[in-house]
Design a protein around this ligand. Sequence first.
Ligand code: BGC
Length: 814
Amino acid sequence: MKPVTSLVEALTLEEKVRLLTGRDLWSTSPIEKIGLRSIIVSDGPAGVRGTNWDERDPSLNFPSGSALAASWDLVLARRYGAALAAEARRKGVDVVLGPTVNLQRSPFGGRNFECFGEDPVLTADLAAAYVGGLQDHGVAAAVKHYVANDSETDRFTVDVRVAERVLREVYLLPFEKAVRESGAWLVMSSYNGVNGATMTENPLLETPLATEWGFDGVVISDWMAVRSLEAARAAQDLVMPGPDGPWGEALIAAVRRGEIDEAVVDRKVIRILTLAQRVGALSETPHQMSAEDGAALAREVAVEGTVLLENRDELPWDPARLKSVAVIGENAAWARTQGGGSAGVAPTRTVSPLDGVRAALPGVDVTYSPGAVLNQSVTELPLSGLTNPFTGEPGVRTRFRDASGVEIFAEDRLTTRLIYVGGDAPVSSSHSFELHTSYTPAEAGPVRLGFAVTGRARLYVDDLLFVEQDGPSAGHPLGAALTAAAPATDKWYLAAGRPVELRFVYDIASLGDSVDALFVRVGTQPVGGDDDDLLAEAARAATAADVALVVVGTNSLVESEGVDRESLALPGKQDELVKVVAAANPHTVVVVNSGGPVLLPWRHDVAALLIGHFGGQEFGHAIADVVLGTAEPGGRLAATWPAAETDAPVLDTTPRDGGIDYAEGVHVGHRAWLRQDVAPAYWFGSGRGYADIELLHAEAPETVGAGDTVTVDISLRNRSARPGKEVVQVYASRPDSTFDRPRRWLVGFAAIRLAAGESAEVAVEVPTRLFAHWDGDWCYEPGSYPLGIGTDAVDLPLSVNVTLIEHRSEGAGK
Ligand code: BGC
């Protein structure tokens, strides 16, 4: 194959510049004369959606980032990456837009579910493993969002003010590891600014990324993050999406006028062609890969990411002794398997905890009560009740019309929640959109029927106008628009088995010019006012059953891209629900189905408490595996969970004067909690299994050279008669340091599995780079570093002392 530099010589300036802006939403321009096909990118990061958001072409929906992080398992993260590679290949995708390696700096961060938790070291290791797993199979990772995109409020404009030391030691570390260790092929520049320069123009794209870390891949922009020609002078390589953008003609003219050197363009082109070579877009060398069963892996990750925080001799339940189980909670039947925004995929299937428990306990009486209303917005109608009036098959017909009312596109779909981003539908050339279906409710009862869209729309029921919205045209930033629309609904009484004709008409023109994405939700909203009945019914069901399983949580409207959270409390009356159920049945087990932390005021009053995170499509099976003891709850918290909102040391997600000051410096997550008197509900690293594993002894060399890695050998014993998993964590400290350091910080960890009664040794590698601090370069403060070894940020029964000496061995400086 020709070297890419010689291919560049064959291109005109116009061709080169065309390559620097996407061809459309999800691909780059092909250039036939050099044998270059289009490179296809896709979200990401907990599945591969492909270029269409379409339930007819579904994707594996893996547990979200915070669930994977809770496994603390790098081998699993690598397999997760490899499974995504297989999905990418199946969907014709070359680049997966992930992993998200920003930090859960504040518990209010809207995208916390996507991140790998609060800790830079855990995040960095998981990022490297994920990227390695993906790229080993010829599919590229785009590590995102570079950098300090840790909250969502005003994300397009917020300027993060953060000291260089803090950037290096905390927020850049995951990117550094993904690039230096796993050779990430892309990095995605974020919307926000850092210290006065928006990230697509920021000098951080050059240093440290290119110069120090040797990144030779592509800096891809977040969608619409490039806003100027100025970004072309920076180390920003690829503008997404396209075909329009601020470069194009303006860049060609600037080069022609001699304002921008053509070499600047060439460097970007070389990087894109290098990527093309890496993913096989310059030659048709199909990658062979044997994929493991994706659904089975999704289930395993969900189990490994489930954290057992309380267990008062309750779990695991013995299936042989159960006659009846009361499953309670809206999320028990409508499981949240993923968060909101661009990370979403159309799942192959979704196993709710109710489905999972029913499947695992065939002979047992499993009842269901919703208990509390949580989903305040419009939920799509169930496919089982929908008939496409044009075909008689399940589903809906959608139609696009031009300004004169002529139908220019129509298709048959399987959902009333439709997302047109890219794909075949002619959104930008259409004037209106229609959805037709016949809906036959399975159950009778009052609901609010309507839709949630931005702009002007109407819903007709049996040909009569039912709800109308004359909404303002709102901007459509990708991601936020998926969740932002307020519901427009009215009361309707459903008669079981009696079909109603629904016709939804959406005035696309009301959204303004150049609309290229459409988000439609037609369905029902719960009717308020019957909360007490729901609570009473749940309590009755709990009283009547041997045990109760309550699933509480958030949803993709509460935890979403585009918005930060307003509250950490569980939405609706879910706290009250747990209280009444726990009072009704002493065997009440609560599963929390949220991506980030929520408040758990009743945590001491329940028999057991599990954090299930957003557990992916197999979530329900995983919960059944864990509560019935078929599997160990493998998770340990990847973030510290506060007991009360105001206790959390770092809260701010709302910019002041256009900026957020990262005034806490390097004290993020548990490091910040360790500086204050108020303790959290649960520390970073917390969680336990069913087995009883004891940490016996730790040993490490007395001295280590700056830049070297020290190995801490830890012996453990499983004292119980069941196999188990432990996550051994090593925290460093530095008493009497000459500068401000965390009281304690994570420097190494290992997930280890022990058979019943087994003793074992585990070696945890601690790179001394994690003792160094940034002061214009990595500086090593010689002297004593006591290491605490244990199972969370405060439970550290073992310790060793390591003395750092100033020698720098060969190959140091990593
Ligand atoms: C998100 C990215 C995502 C991109 C494409 C943006 O709004 O911030 O994470 O990859 O959209 O969907």
